[in-house]
Design a protein around this ligand. Structure first.
Ligand code: ATP
Ligand code: LTN
Length: 334
């Protein structure tokens, strides 16, 4: 039975607190798929050091992220949850795949362009070759789908190209995975700047999963709507990006369609709409926050989860790595 299930895998960098964009774009979809798929989710701690991190904060955030994954509905009994740096095969396959990834391809990655513009004093080799490590993260587990937000599509496509290139030389080594991008919530925009994605780097426009209800409501009440005088809840991303973003968030947390939302707020204006979205988000996040706080207090439990996860992940990852080493011509160690 187990072997016939399709495989899903994804990761998030513990470089900041998880936010509504991460939840709606990625984690929510992971939790909804646990029955149907064989699922692997990890804390991408190795990726975070492409940008300078405070060591104590990174350690703390990695465990917080694990507690939040579980609180978002990722049951460790049904999902393999692990910490990337616990599985040496990621770095090992990452090196191999670096040698099958082209300079030109890496130069075209928008995340590299964005982050190197943001951190001009630290444009390191890791930041540049990051997509080869991400390809290794993925291909080690032979997944069918990689559930991510829209911004990671380019990295997923490069992963496919690397897999196809490798398979072309050595035969069928890797499954070629597909990105899995949700319809609602794929790109949650910032509340203060609806032209750019919600990101922890602009905290005023970002709703964090662990944030207090009153702070969340304040952010929604201050959300940028639009400069038009229409004051009408209507889905029109081109001329009303702020309202479209709030509608998108409301749709993702309530499951309502845009037409239903327009009908619900007909004749009521933004003054009613914004706090209603805030309230819906607060009620979605409340159980997650309470559960995460409980889980985080139990360090022994968290340790048991990531240890069991690493054991299961290492088994699968090492199998792929052995195959790759053999294909490229390395002498087996034993
Ligand atoms: P940063 O703030 O540094 O850009 P981030 O908050 O985007 O980072 P990531 O670790 O890059 O966090 O993203 C984790 C996952 O969440 C990825 O699958 C990504 O596509 C998704 N994601 C991140 N931000 C959003 C967003 N605003 N809307 C939808 N999905 C998002
Ligand atoms: N690049 C992703 C995080 C990430 C990831 C992965 C996502 C690292 N490895 C493997 C999916 C699969 C990011 O920056 N959000």
């Amino acid at each position: 039975m187990e072997q016939t299930k399709k495989v899903m895998l994804s990761g998030i960098q513990p470089s900041g607190d998880l936010h509504l964009g991460n939840y709606l774009g990625a984690i929510k979809n992971w939790a909804e798929r646990a029955e149907e798929f064989d699922c692997y989710y990890f804390m991408a701690d190795m990726h975070t050091i492409t940008v300078r991190q405070d060591p104590a904060a990174l350690r703390r955030r990695t465990l917080e992220q694990l507690a939040q994954y579980i609180a978002c509905g990722l049951d460790p009994e049904r999902n393999t949850l692990f910490i990337q740096s616990h599985i040496p095969a990621h770095a090992e396959l990452g090196w191999v795949l670096n040698c099958y990834t082209m300079f030109g391809e890496l130069s075209r990655m928008t995340q590299f362009k964005d982050k190197s513009a943001k951190h001009k004093d630290n444009i390191n080799g890791g930041l540049f070759t990051y997509p080869a490590l991400m390809a290794a993260d993925i291909l080690l587990y032979q997944p069918d789908y990689v559930p991510v937000g829209e911004d990671q599509k380019q990295h997923c496509e490069l992963t496919r190209d690397i897999a196809i290139r490798f398979n072309h030389i050595y035969g069928d080594v890797f499954k070629v995975p597909e990105p899995y991008i949700p319809k609602a919530g794929a790109r949650v925009m910032g509340l203060t700047a609806p032209e750019s994605k919600m990101s922890k780097s602009i905290p005023e426009g970002c709703v964090f999963l662990m944030e207090k209800p009153e702070d969340i409501q304040r952010k929604f009440k201050r959300a940028i709507t639009d400069s038009d005088t229409e004051n009408c809840v209507r889905f029109d991303p081109a001329s009303k990006p702020g309202v479209a973003n709030l509608m998108n968030i409301y749709a993702a947390v309530t499951g309502k369609s845009f037409a239903e939302i327009e009908a619900e707020f007909a004749g009521q204006g933004y003054g009613k709409f914004k706090p209603a979205v805030g309230e819906a988000v607060i009620e979605t996040l409340r159980p997650i926050r309470e559960e995460a706080q409980k889980i985080l207090a139990d360090k022994a439990y968290l340790e048991s989860v990531y240890k069991a996860g690493a054991e299961k992940a290492a088994y699968v990852a090492n199998k792929t790595l052995r195959k790759v080493y053999k294909k490229v011509g390395f002498v087996p160690a034993r």
